[in-house]
Every structure is written in C-alpha cells, then in structure tokens.
Design a protein around this ligand. Structure first.
Ligand code: HEC
Ligand code: HEC
Length: 605
C-alpha cells in the first residue's frame, strides 16, 4: 500500500528522493538535505536501498557475477542483508504473532511465535553489526534457546560437508551417492585430522529402532530402491525403503528428529532462509535449495555448497510474472518474492566468509589450554579439523600483543583448509539430566551438539538454553558422557582451574569492522590509511575500501566541530548501482530489468 503512495508521489514529481524507511538505511552525507536523504556521517549504516538481487553469473550485477568481479562488494551486500532492518513494504511481519514452524510429536504444538524480529543482527548481536551471539529466545520448551554466533560459519559448514563425505566414502561402496540397505553396516568413523578418530556410531540399525545408529548430528533421509526420496518414510522399516542418504546438521544446538523433517538444516543457506521466514516473515524463493536433484539433494549453490531437501523454502515460485518473479506469496501479505535466490547467494557468500573468532594468546592462556587437554575436555571439544578444499576467499588473522588485538587480511586461493582452535567434534552428546530439554508435550531432547568453543569468551550465557550464566556454571553442569571430564576438572588446583577459565575467556569474538587491521598487506597498521585519496583514519577492515571502485569518503567536514565524515561521495560508483542487475530507478525493490513495476504486480494480483 505504502509503496503505491510513494509511486504516485514520484509520478507527480513531489518526491524525487527515495524514501528511507528504516534507521539502518542512511545513504546521505554532510551535504545531503536530511529531509530527502537520511544521513549517517559515521558511514556505518546501510547505504543502498533494498533491491532484490538477481541469481546468475553472466548479467553484470547478478549475484555470481558480483562474487567473481567484485567479491568485496558481494560480501558487503550479503552482510548488509543480515544487518538491514526489514519492514512491511519488504514483506516482513506477514504472520506477526501467529505460532509457526515444525510441530512437536504431539502433532499440534508449533515451535515458536513467528515474525517477531526485523533483522538477523537483532538476535545475533554481540558484537554489534557482526553475526555474533545473542539472546535466548522463546521456544516449545520453557527453557528457551540461546543464539550462537556465526563467526567462522563457513569453516563449520565445510567441516559438516567433509564429515558427510567421509561417512559416505565408508558406506557407499558402489559410489552411487547413497547408502543401500545392503551397504548399511559397519562402524562409522570420522577423522578430523589424520590419526584422530571419532566414533560416529554404526551404519546399521543394531538397536532396532528403525534408524541407522549414527550419531544424532547425522540426519537420515529415506530412499526407495532406486534411490528416490520417499517423502513419507520415517524409518528403515517403512514400506519401500531401500536405503538412505544423510546430511550432517552441524548448525544449531540440536533438535529432535521430527515428523517429516530434520532439525536445523545443515547449510548456511538453508539455516538462513528458514530463519528469515520464521523470525521475520520473509519467505525466500530459492530454487537452489528447493529444486530436488537426486537422493534427497537439491542443487549446489554458486558459493559451492551442496544443498539438501531440508532447506526447502515456502515460496515455491509455482506462479511467476513474465520476468520470472514468483507470485506465490505464501503469507498473503501482497509482497512478492520477499527474498530472492540472488539474495540467498549473497547472504550465503558473506556467512561463508565471515571471519573466524580470535584468540588472546598469552602464557596463562597456553597453560590453561594444557589443563583443558589434560582433564579430557578435548575428547569432545576437538581443536583441529582439515578439509580438502577451502572455499573462502579471505580470512582475518589476528594477533594479541601487550593486551591489544589486531588483525591482518589474508587472501585465500582455494586448496586444502587446516583449521585449529574450533573445539568441537560435531557430534551430539547426552550430558545428563541437567542439560535435557523437556518440551511442552513431555517429549525430550537429550543430546546436543558439542558447542564449538571458539568465541566462547564473548558469548554468555551458556548452554543450548542459555541457562548457565557463567563459564564455571556451564562446566559444572557437565555430566552424563562428560562426567569424567567434569570430575577431572574439579580435581584441578584453584590456580589451574583459573588458568583453564582464562584460556576459555581468551577465545573471543571482535568487531570485524573496527578492529585495527592491516588490509593492504604491508605488515603495518597505518594511522592515516589513504583510500581513493582520502585519509580514512586508522587502517581497519572496511569492505568498502576493497571494492573494485573503492568507497571515497567525504573526509573532514564542519559539524558541531571538525569531523571526519565517512559517508561516501561516490555511492553509485562504489556500489555499482548502475549495473543492469542492480539498477532500480522506480524504487519498487526489484531491479528495473525485471520490470516488476506496480502495474505488473497489480495485474497479477
Ligand atoms: C529471533 C532470534 C534470531 C534471529 C532473528 C535470527 N537467528 Fe539465527 N539463530 C538463532 C538461534 C536461537 C539459533 C540456534 C538455533 C537452534 O539451536 O535451534 C540460531 C542459529 C543460527 C545459525 C547457526 C549457527 C551455529 O553455529 O549453530 C546461523 C548460521 C544463523 N542462525 C543465521 C541467521 C541468519 C542469517 C538470520 C537472519 C536471516 C538469523 N539467523 C536470524 C536466533 C535468531
Ligand atoms: C562428552 C563430551 C564433552 C566433554 C568431555 C566436555 N564437553 Fe563441554 N560441551 C559438550 C556439549 C555437548 C555441550 C553443549 C551443551 C548444550 O548445548 O547445552 C558443551 C558445552 C560446553 C560449554 C558451553 C559453550 C556454550 O557456548 O554454551 C563450555 C564452556 C564447555 N562445554 C566447556 C567444557 C570443558 C571446560 C570441558 C572439560 C572439563 C568440557 N566442556 C568437556 C560436550 C562435552
């Protein structure tokens, strides 16, 4: 509705400037008329209007084209999608207040209330403006769910895919991409690094519950004897089941396998589109994640990650406009294709490359790390993982010296990835009744993913439920499979225990944008870093400095005294807003090339 008003205003020439609906979008600088363009002289707001990204690799400005030709811009655009506050005209809050999501075993209790938050970083908010850790939210167990951080999200995703390939390589002896019943036997073992073994259970159903006895982090999807997914099959004993396929759900703390659907999907892309739908009422139309190929898999994303049917999106794109925009509108709020396949490409790309947490290494940290190992914490909290192919394009290496954390930008060029300091075995464990999650209907979640401890010094409260307010408390709560380690921890001398905690506190998150960081690779952090001829102040990792057309800041202005304005004077050029894939002169939120004008929308409704 509001969009229609804007359109008429624009037609009658009254409002030439684009409206700025939310505080997070402020493109203006010191000399903009604040009535026409909201200003932000700190330059940290989102500078571009909401325009859906086009999926593709050839059209200039499409998602894959940007990833190849202007990767830092693609990264920044994906990042902006996580930070942006979405509003009604973007399609947010269509089902506000209703309950939704998967239901419990009682078949009627949904997981939580829908459409309650307008941006990812409202929950993932420590540190601010990075996909950090955050609040504990209401769900279908009165104990709640704590928001984990997404630092190093790409590393976790790659490890998940590596675990899956190792498991398939063991059981799928005829190499047809899935596990036939005749192949489903033998111990499942995963090697995080050569020489280390992790017991992932057994490919057979030895306990007779109908599910292969693989660790709960493995989600099983049942196939017929031709390898086709049987959507209604829940169990090896169901009629027609000839085998299964698997995905490794490395994200989220752990859910119960539920009717028809697993827990939290196993890819950054699928977790994100589900979060957008569930928390903000923004339904993605994402064929990459929804178009089934074979054996329960969907497509490989442009960023290179295999997707699974559990990542299906509610907007199926069954009805489309002449230019291909989905007219399905599952929440019936009148806004089409609220999140596009191209948006998902860019968000996935930014999460894939999100820098990993840092370590504040000093001598006490190193001693604490030894105690951590001595008492057996590393039995589950594994430090090191290898993957054959690192798909990220950069990483921030951090250093800790004289109490100060700094970074340096490292560009990556594929090849194997060797990661350390993650501290998870990516298995689920039963830590005893103090950790069990009793859901409203009495059903119980007993096992949870070993929390990767990187970043843990910044992410309290702790546990899947956020019920432990300190590190001491959550360690003391360990029982069940971790009983021995907890007891060993309790026998440490107070000084040793303090060092172990010091080590954990040194595993830290940081603000990726404000950390002093060597981005030009000269081995120094400049105090007056020049970009496009302007002094931007202390060198830091601002993706805008690395764009194909680097952002040019306003620089020194007189505002309540002298101030370095970081608003950009070359916005159109830096953000490539004239490229056909991005240009939206009629401000309808769709690139003009899709001609998704009000008239098309009106005709089709
Ligand atoms: C209402 C709060 C909330 C919002 C909004 C939210 N998340 Fe989350 N996020 C969570 C919680 C809680 C979990 C843990 C879920 C679980 O264990 O079941 C989570 C988990 C994740 C994970 C997995 C991290 C890990 O290591 O386990 C990713 C990735 C993620 N969210 C991305 C997103 C993105 C992208 C958005 C925006 C599109 C988003 N989230 C919006 C609360 C939120
Ligand atoms: C048997 C496996 C196992 C062992 C051994 C173990 N842990 Fe854990 N740890 C877990 C699991 C599983 C969780 C997640 C619990 C949850 O999500 O509620 C966890 C959670 C944690 C957390 C909370 C992380 C967060 O972000 O909420 C900390 C801290 C922790 N462990 C430290 C330790 C320490 C210190 C030791 C050694 C004394 C140890 N753990 C031994 C499995 C283990």
């Amino acid at each position: 509705m509001r969009r229609r008003v804007c359109y008429w205003l624009a037609l009658s020439g009254l409002a030439l400037a684009q409206p700025t609906p939310y505080s997070s979008q402020r493109p203006g600088g010191a000399y903009s008329d604040p009535l026409e363009q909201a200003r932000d002289l700190t330059g940290r707001s989102i500078k571009t209007a909401r325009v859906r990204a086009i999926h593709g690799t050839t059209l200039p400005g499409s998602s894959g084209w940007l990833m190849e030709h202007d990767p830092w811009l693609a990264y920044q655009m994906g990042r902006d999608l996580g930070i942006r506050e979405f509003g009604r005209e973007d399609g947010a809050f269509g089902d506000a207040g209703r309950l939704g999501g998967k239901v419990l075993d009682d078949q009627c209790t949904p997981i939580m209330s829908r459409d309650h938050i307008n941006s990812c970083v409202a929950c993932h908010n420590v540190p601010w403006r990075d996909m950090g850790a955050g609040i504990t939210i209401q769900k279908n167990a009165s104990t709640g769910r704590n928001t984990p951080h997404c630092f190093g999200g790409g590393v976790v995703e790659m490890i998940g895919q590596e675990i899956r390939s190792q498991l398939l390589a063991q059981a799928d002896t005829n190499r047809n991409g899935w596990i036939e019943l005749s192949e489903a036997h033998g111990a499942a073992v995963v090697h995080p690094v050569p020489g280390e073994n992790l017991d992932y259970g057994n490919f057979a159903d030895l306990d007779g519950d109908g599910r292969p006895d693989l660790n709960r982090i493995v989600y099983v999807c049942y196939l017929d004897s031709q390898g086709k997914r049987i959507p209604w099959a829940r169990n090896l004993k169901d009629a027609g089941v000839g085998g299964y396929n698997l995905e490794v759900q490395v994200f989220g703390h752990g859910q119960r396998d539920r009717i028809g659907h697993g827990g939290l999907s196993s890819t950054l892309r699928a977790v994100s589109s589900n979060a957008w739908d569930m928390h903000s009422g923004l339904q993605a139309c994402d064929p990459t994640a929804s178009r089934e190929s074979e054996h329960g898999l969907t497509q490989r994303s442009l960023a290179g990650c295999t997707q699974f049917f559990t990542g299906f999106t509610r907007d199926c794109g069954t009805r489309r406009s002449a230019t291909g925009v989905s007219l399905d509108d599952p929440d019936r709020d009148g806004i089409f294709e609220e999140i596009s396949e191209g948006d998902m490409d860019l968000l996935e790309f930014s999460l894939l490359n999100h820098p990993a947490p840092a370590e504040k290494v000093d001598s006490e940290f190193l001693q604490g790390q030894k105690h951590f190992q001595q008492v057996g914490c590393t039995e589950c909290h594994r430090s090191s993982w290898n993957v054959p192919e690192d798909r990220r394009f950069f990483e921030i290496r951090t250093r800790y010296e004289k109490g100060v954390l700094t970074g340096s930008l490292q560009r990556l060029k594929g090849g194997p990835g060797h990661f350390s300091g993650i501290y998870s075995d990516f298995r689920r464990h039963d830590l005893g009744p103090d950790f069990h999650e009793v859901q409203y209907d009495g059903s119980r979640n007993r096992s949870f993913r070993t929390s990767p401890l990187w970043g843990v010094g910044s992410t309290g409260p702790y546990g899947h439920d956020g019920a432990s307010l300190s590190l001491e408390e959550v360690i003391e709560r360990h029982g069940g499979e971790a009983e021995k380690a907890r007891q060993a921890y309790q026998t440490l001398e107070p000084g040793e225990r303090a060092r172990l905690l010091h080590f954990l506190r040194g595993l830290t998150l940081y603000s990726t944008e404000t950390l002093a960081c060597d981005v030009d690779g000269d081995g120094k952090i400049a105090q007056h870093f020049l970009v496009a001829g302007r002094d931007t102040g202390r060198e830091c990792f601002n993706p805008e400095w690395l764009f194909r057309h680097p952002g040019k800041i306003e620089g020194l202005v007189e505002m309540d005294g002298p101030l370095i304005s970081k608003a950009l004077t070359n916005l159109m050029e830096a953000y490539q807003l004239r490229l056909p894939g991005l240009r939206d002169d009629d401000h309808d939120g769709f690139p003009d090339i899709l001609q998704m004008s009000k008239w098309t929308i009106g005709r089709n409704r």
